[in-house]
Design a protein around this ligand. Structure first.
Ligand SMILES: [Zn+2]
Length: 150
């Protein structure tokens, strides 16, 4: 550990309020970065989308242009969504919508998806969708066994 890193670490420990303030200021300036962070988390090695085989092929620049195109700044809780939920995140498959609308769309989509999606755990076709690519039964089993972070 060099001196500079040590100094930064120390500063962070001593100034939690400042960090919060700066973070808030940063998100206000670049609000789409929040969605970028969520996207990376979903598609990271431990993310739920990786299990389903969904990849992120979107760049940060593309996300920003989607943000501008769909005027996400005026939305309440802007959320990045895909037109086709079986396909990856790429420019032509993505759009911004509000969180509320997206939840409704997702519900309809999963009903339709159930016809051909198999549960990751029991490999049976999903009749009722739980989450994380599992049927409801396996999802709750995994939930109570704490197999994933809640
Ligand atoms: Zn299952």
């Amino acid at each position: 550990m060099n001196k500079r890193n040590e100094y930064i670490k120390q500063w962070r420990r001593n100034n939690p309020d400042k960090i919060k303030k700066y973070r808030r200021r940063y998100i206000k300036k670049y609000p789409w970065k929040r969605n970028w962070k969520y996207l990376l988390a979903r598609c990271s090695t431990k993310g739920s989308y990786t299990l389903k085989g969904i990849e992120n092929k979107l760049t940060m620049k593309e996300l920003k242009s989607l943000w501008d195109r769909d005027k996400a700044l005026r939305m309440i809780q802007p959320t990045l969504a895909r037109k086709d939920h079986t396909k990856d995140y790429y420019y032509d498959n993505c759009y911004f919508t509000t969180f509320k609308k997206h939840t409704l769309e997702k519900k309809n989509c999963f009903k339709w998806q159930n016809k051909y999606t198999d549960c990751l755990k029991c490999k049976e076709p999903i009749v009722v969708y739980g989450s994380r690519g599992m049927c409801r039964k396996c999802y709750w089993k995994a939930y109570y066994r704490r197999e994933f972070k809640r």
